[in-house]
Design a protein around this ligand. Structure first.
Ligand code: ZN
Ligand code: ZN
Length: 319
């Protein structure tokens, strides 16, 4: 029996299983003046839905009391069950406008092919591996739904709740329209995937952007707010956001140095992944690794630390 825990008065955490190495995701029910807001939805699997049903039942809250669903971002473990839950509850859907656009791209086969296909091609990924990674994406595909949000957020809005207003913080980097929720009165941060205990969020390359710079910038902004309790999407609530931000910023700096040290000989993003990860990666982890290396390369390119030259459409990077 899956039971919700009240991590802060009026904030219930329900842990849902994931079929990945990362074993679970949290969704949160936040009390409103009338009804509840559900933050994120979990993966679209039977196990996840059953765990959610049990967790919601353990709070005594009815589906019909969930009046709003807010998605921190559109990753499969956060949005998978959204369509089902929107139907079940009749709730209004809120998400960041940039994330709604990102979802449309991922959901449109030609646009996605253009986006990720180009990334794989320019990175020098062998055809066979490109096919495996694509097949893996197709298996995850049912978690991506076309959604029509009732309210598109920009960041800066205040969502009224029973525990006072929650400010919407736009924290791009892990995903372009990622948002967190912040209560200054309670020094409480519902951090989504932006700040996680134990692991660093994956930072993936996106076309025409510098996602690592965006992430580091949004962390810098989070450092300005006072937080006593971080309520993350994976793992247990914890505290110490400034120390976490310093450590994570340092980690990315060290990663950049590690990559630059490999670039005395020209390398593709694909060969860098093979040098940086010694064990063989699963297709999904290979894709994460590749996009993460590409994000670091783009970050350093914009700082003028490294260059690339294209040979037959494949980028070769060097210092
Ligand atoms: Zn995520
Ligand atoms: Zn996540």
């Amino acid at each position: 029996m899956n039971v919700a825990s009240e991590v802060f008065p009026g904030v219930f955490r329900i842990e849902l299983p994931l079929p990945f190495e990362l074993a679970s995701v949290n969704v949160h029910l936040i009390r409103l003046d009338s009804g509840y807001m559900l933050v994120d939805c979990g993966m679209d699997t039977e196990a996840s839905f059953t765990a959610l049903e049990q967790g919601v039942a353990s709070t005594g809250i009815e589906w019909s009391e969930i009046r709003q669903i807010l998605l921190t971002h559109m990753h499969p473990d956060h949005m998978g069950l959204s369509v089902k839950l929107l139907k079940l509850t009749g709730a209004r859907l809120l998400m960041h406008q940039v994330e709604a656009r990102q979802l449309r791209i991922v959901n449109t086969p030609e646009l996605r092919a253009n986006w990720i296909g180009r990334a794989f091609q320019e990175s020098g990924v062998p055809d066979q591996l490109q096919t495996t990674m694509h097949q893996h994406f197709l298996a995850l595909r049912k978690n991506f739904h076309a959604l029509t949000p009732d309210e598109l957020l920009d960041g800066g809005e205040e969502i009224p709740t029973a525990l006072g207003p929650l400010q919407v913080l736009w924290t791009p980097g892990h995903s372009p329209g990622h948002i967190a929720l912040y209560s200054s009165a309670h020094r409480l941060l519902v951090s989504g995937d932006q700040i996680l205990p134990k692991i660093t969020p994956n930072i993936s390359w996106q076309p025409e952007s510098d996602t690592l710079a965006d992430f580091l910038q949004s962390l810098e902004e989070l450092k300005q707010v006072d937080v006593d309790l971080i309520v993350p999407s994976h793992g247990q609530p914890f505290s110490g956001h400034r120390a976490w931000i310093d450590k994570t910023t340092r980690h990315h700096g060290e990663r950049c140095v590690e990559i630059r040290n490999l670039l005395d000989q020209p390398q593709t993003a694909h060969t860098l992944v093979e040098s940086l990860w010694l064990k063989k990666l699963s297709p999904i982890n290979h894709q994460f690794a590749l996009l993460e290396v590409m994000a670091h390369l783009e970050f350093m390119r914009r700082l003028g630390q490294i260059n690339s030259d294209a040979r037959d459409g494949v980028f070769h990077w060097s210092v």
